[in-house]
Design a protein around this ligand. Structure first.
Ligand SMILES: *Cc1c(COP(=O)(O)O)cnc(C)c1O
Length: 734
């Protein structure tokens, strides 16, 4: 079933919802899988397959066309594949041997004993709460950076054997799928995730019944069931209100990720925070620390306070709050207002009834005050970030710069004479999961020259740098070129000539075979289309841009991808302008927009481009992570000095745009943008293009490869999510 963006609210009333019974059938389908391939079935239930080398190939090699059709979803693949094909593979000894080897590795991994980290033990794990998770594109419950980061956190926690459980929501319709219309305007579609197979199992109690939690909201009892996703050794529990017992409208609470109005948002967050804690209790999980990854889950602090007051009736709310604070830590992810949810007092009042308030021993006004940056300011709305800062023992931003920006932003919450430096907000810089993001070609290169234990070496900056230095230049270049060719064929395949008779946008072509050239400098730009990301900066001077694209000897080509929020019409028009540039120039064959940016598209892009461009308006990029993925695959970053790149850039491992001066941040936006556009063009013209096309007698761009190796050596360990999770354990959880 597909629903267009505009029609969601109507659909909420009209659609006839499938019931749980139907899913049961789907989830327990049976097919005779040959005995020697039985492990494929087990493996398909654990996302371990998605990041360990050879895992996705095991499914893909069953039937590569079907794999693409199933959108790289093993559950769907096993359902749709023919028995003939399965038996053919069962008769291929090379394939079966590969599967056996993978099974042995998997079993060793899964059965490893949990040692624990200080107070974080198997009995008292860390609990991670987040509104979205980007584990793999076959579990479409993420929209962008926050979700991918959460997914990478879980994968590293699994690899490092950290006792951790995760809680989130199961959005039945996920985030929207993007189509670009013939006139270049974005259209949204929502797909029912349950129409596809999902690697989720129902969470059952000891009697085999669905585990359910109940929450009072909308003056009713609303129930949620739970699904379990296995991320290696980590359990991710997802709450879902789509059950028969609930009113039709409540069944849509967990319908869409970031899709509804603020009433939907507040009830979703109540399910996540309060429902999440109740679920952990039902499962007898007693965390030693609760990690609120972004303010969406901050209501969990109120539930913990309610529990505390219930078990010790003599306490006041303030005393209970100090117990809660001991157990909770908070990460803020953006200084942008739209990323910090706040709700009207009316909504909060509707959401928390008298009974809940009296259990908390709070008056209505006192509850409102918990969510204000200035408690006395009765005009201020209820903010999830102030609530989280107030009721946790630790708050952190996601890069050094973002820590500083957050201290200034939330200074207003603290006493008058406190200085920004003294605001108790620290930082842990984001990282990405190396095994998820490093392409097989580079994994193979590392195995060959560094050895099978290269992933362990990655945690040691000094040893890793030395190892990278020893890689032969030609092999680094060949691996990169292989990935670039892969990207180009992906671009050609995704870019169809729509049968319209004329090509109006850059993703409508007659002849995709001529699209893109492996010998041309390739620049990638993919991210959300939000104002501060400045998609239009590159087009500030179209003549100058096209001169670069059209250069006879040293041309440049661009690949773009990204979604605009359905309600953000301005962003959609920026996108439309970009894809509709139609010119007597090479732009039509050297620029392309890939629809529907997701983890799969991201993989091809970050692994295949020469250069990754990022031009946020400083200092609004809290961290950014996609450039870190690029760096791990030999691509070079070309970015404004903001977020992680301030820490990453050393002058030799990529390129910078603009200055790193605080005064610049205070400039008028138009002047700031004009300065950065000038810098962008001149770095491209004078540094990037000449460096890329400068080759030695063997045709190798030696200077460029030196930069690639510098980038691989310095950035991979520093911006790995293993380092990030270790920092969270050492500096925050313990
Ligand atoms: C890594 C990633 C992001 C994060 O992008 P930034 O703009 O660097 O924050 C967003 N979406 C997808 C699909 C990603 O893989």
């Amino acid at each position: 079933m597909e629903i267009s963006g505009e029609a969601i609210t109507d659909m909420q009333q009209a659609v006839s919802l499938q019931t749980e019974e139907r899913y049961k059938e789907d989830f327990y389908f049976s097919k005779t899988i040959p005995q020697n391939l039985r492990f494929l079935e087990d493996l398909s239930w654990n996302f371990y397959w998605s990041w360990n080398k050879g895992g996705s190939e095991l499914f893909r090699d069953l039937d590569s066309q079907l794999w693409e059709k199933c959108e790289q979803n093993p559950r769907r693949m096993l359902k749709e594949i023919s028995e003939l094909r399965l038996w053919q593979k069962a008769n291929e000894s090379e394939y079966v041997a590969r599967l056996d080897q993978f099974e042995a590795n998997f079993n060793k991994y899964i059965r490893k004993k949990i040692e624990g980290f200080g107070t974080i033990t198997a009995e008292k794990p860390a609990a991670y709460f987040c509104a979205e998770y980007g584990v793999h594109n076959s579990l479409p419950i993420y929209s962008g950076g926050l979700g991918i980061l959460a997914g990478d956190h879980l994968k590293s926690a699994s690899d490092m054997n950290v006792p951790l459980v995760a809680v989130g929501l199961m959005y039945r319709f996920g985030y929207f799928r993007q189509k670009i219309r013939h006139d270049g305007y974005q259209q949204e579609k929502y797909v029912d995730s349950f129409d596809n197979e999902l690697a989720l199992t129902p969470v059952l109690d000891e009697n085999g019944e669905r585990v359910k939690i109940m929450i009072h909201m909308r003056r009713r009892e609303v129930y949620a069931q739970a699904w379990l996703a296995r991320i290696g050794r980590i359990s991710l529990y997802l709450l879902d209100t789509n059950i028969d017992q609930n009113d039709e409208i409540d069944r849509f609470i967990t319908g869409h990720l970031y899709g509804g109005d603020s009433e939907t948002r507040v009830v979703q967050e109540k399910i996540l925070g309060i429902g999440g804690v109740r679920l952990l209790r039902k499962l007898n999980i007693d965390p030693s620390v609760y990690h609120l990854n972004e303010g969406h889950s901050a209501f969990l602090t109120l539930e913990l306070a309610r529990e505390t007051l219930e078990s010790d009736k003599s306490l006041s709310f303030a005393e209970a709050a100090s117990h809660v604070r001991e157990k909770c830590v908070f990460t803020t992810h953006t200084p942008v207002a739209a990323g910090n949810d706040s709700f009207s007092p009316k909504l909060i009042e509707d959401c928390f009834d008298e009974k809940f308030l009296s259990a908390l021993k709070l008056e209505k006004e006192e509850l409102f005050a918990l969510g204000r940056s200035k408690p006395q300011d009765t005009e201020e709305w209820f903010g999830m970030t102030p609530l989280a800062i107030r009721l946790t023992r630790s708050a952190n931003g996601v890069s050094k710069k973002h820590g500083e920006v957050s201290r200034n932003l939330w200074l207003k919450m603290f006493e008058k004479d406190i200085k920004a430096e003294e605001v108790p907000i620290t930082h842990i810089t984001n990282g990405v999961h190396p095994l998820t993001w490093i392409a097989p070609a580079f994994k193979t290169l590392y195995e060959k020259h560094i050895g099978s234990r290269w992933t362990e070496l990655l945690r040691d900056q000094g040893a890793w740098s030395k190892a990278i230095e020893r890689l032969p230049d030609s092999e680094v270049w060949e691996s990169h070129q292989l990935l670039k060719q892969l990207l180009i064929s992906f671009i050609r395949e995704r870019t169809f000539a729509k049968n319209t008779g004329k090509q109006d946008t850059i993703n409508e072509r007659e002849n995709t075979a001529r699209l893109f050239d492996k010998d041309v400098l390739t620049i990638g730009f993919a991210r959300r289309v939000a104002a501060y990301k400045r998609w239009n900066l590159l087009m500030a001077d179209l003549v100058r841009l096209l001169k670069l694209v059209d250069d006879a000897d040293r041309p440049v080509q661009f690949v773009f991808a990204g979604k605009a929020h359905p309600q953000d019409k301005k962003a959609k028009r920026i996108l439309q302008n970009l894809v509709s540039i139609n010119h007597e120039s090479n732009w039509q064959k050297r620029a392309v927009f890939i629809e529907d940016y997701d983890q799969e598209v991201a993989r091809y892009l970050v692994q295949g481009v020469d250069v990754w461009m990022n031009v946020p308006r400083r200092p609004l990029e809290a961290s950014g992570t996609s450039g870190q993925k690029v760096a791990m695959n030999g691509g070079l970053n070309f970015s404004v000095l903001d977020g992680w790149w301030i820490e990453g850039f050393n002058g030799e491992n990529g390129f910078s745009i603009g200055e790193l001066s605080a005064s610049e941040e205070k400039l008028d936006e138009a002047i700031h943008d004009a300065n950065d556009a000038e810098s962008l063009y001149s770095v491209l013209e004078n540094e990037i293009v000449p460096a890329y096309y400068e080759t030695n007698e063997n045709g190798l761009p030696i200077g460029w490869i030196k930069k690639m190796k510098n980038s691989l050596a310095t950035l991979t360990p520093q911006f790995s999510s293993d380092r990030m999770v270790q920092d969270y354990i050492d500096q925050i959880y313990l």
